[in-house]
Design a protein around this ligand. Structure first.
Ligand SMILES: [Zn+2]
Length: 297
């Protein structure tokens, strides 16, 4: 058996040295792929978040203020409306930057690590990008409109089913999906009870009751979709999502108390839960190292 100089070097140093040179050597020109894909994925998320809640179809993007169609070049460059000079929301830049960073991240660090799922070369990155785009779209639309649209849920269910079957096989996928729906349905019905109670209290307080729901049925469907993908990890996903939502709720109450608006607005403030479930699924799938100690072997 011959020993190569490389083996000798590794035996000598014990590990490959982490130097700037080694990092740059690995960052070859292929990095343009996640940069381009990240930017395009940001465009897709922004476009879908602009048109789907308004027209429910892949329509031409129009100015929300004056209704005039955007010229494509103006739209893609995030320029203000040429007709009424209405500026684009800050969200478009947030989405572009976050999708860019996330794509570069998953290019170097594969998603799905928690499942030890490693499909053929770079397919893992492509699946990760598609999933990330779907997550970002649901997040933005639910955050801005408190709405989880049926067409996006159907797309998510197909994506989740396909991914789940591949990653976990049929039984864990179906159990995960079912568990997501059942667990969230329980919360949903508690939410309905709470809304009735709240409507009564608001009427007693002389405020007009609205038909605000603590938890929408879209959240139940979303939990099912995430269950298909996460399989046996769905309970961690839901628990973490509820904890994150609760934490945000506590911060919100603190803010209202500091702003001395607690009495009038405590019952008025509702947060969509979808973004928190998306965030927890993202953490489990894309940044799994933090969660490993909590998983029963
Ligand atoms: Zn306009």
């Amino acid at each position: 058996m011959g020993i190569s100089p490389r083996t000798l070097q590794l035996a000598y140093t014990g590990h490959e040295q982490i130097t700037i040179y080694n990092i740059i050597k690995k960052m070859d020109f292929l990095i343009v792929i996640p940069i381009l894909a990240g930017w395009i994925s940001g465009w897709v998320v922004n476009y879908l978040a602009d048109v789907l809640p308004v027209t429910r179809q892949f329509s031409h993007p129009a100015c929300p203020k004056c209704g005039q169609n955007f010229p494509i070049a103006v739209y893609l460059a995030f320029r203000p409306c040429p007709n009424c000079h209405q500026r684009r929301p800050a969200r478009v830049w947030f989405v572009q930057v976050i999708m860019l960073i996330a794509n570069i991240y998953i290019w170097f660090k594969s998603p799905f690590g928690i499942f030890h799922f490693h499909p053929p070369y770079r397919l893992e990155y492509i699946l990760g990008t598609i999933l990330l785009t779907y997550f970002a779209m649901v997040f933005v639309i639910d955050f801005e409109h408190r709405l989880i649209l049926h067409p996006t849920s159907i797309f998510g269910a197909l994506l989740g089913l396909g991914l789940g079957l591949w990653i976990n096989g049929i039984i864990p996928t179906l159990i995960g999906g079912l568990a997501g729906i059942v667990i969230m349905s329980v919360f949903y019905y508690f939410g309905v009870l709470f809304s009735r109670l709240r409507a009564r209290r608001m009427q007693t307080a002389g405020q007009d009751a609205d038909d605000e729901e603590a938890l929408g049925f879209g959240d139940v469907i979303l939990a099912g979709v995430l269950g298909l993908i996460l399989g046996p990890f769905i309970w961690i996903g839901l628990l973490l999502g509820i904890l994150l939502g609760g934490l945000a709720g506590v911060l919100m109450v603190f803010y209202l108390m500091i702003a001395k608006r607690y009495k009038t607005q405590a019952l008025m403030v509702f947060m969509p839960y979808g973004p928190f479930f998306i965030t927890s699924a993202f953490l489990i799938l894309f940044i799994p190292t933090w969660i490993a100690p909590f998983i029963p072997k």
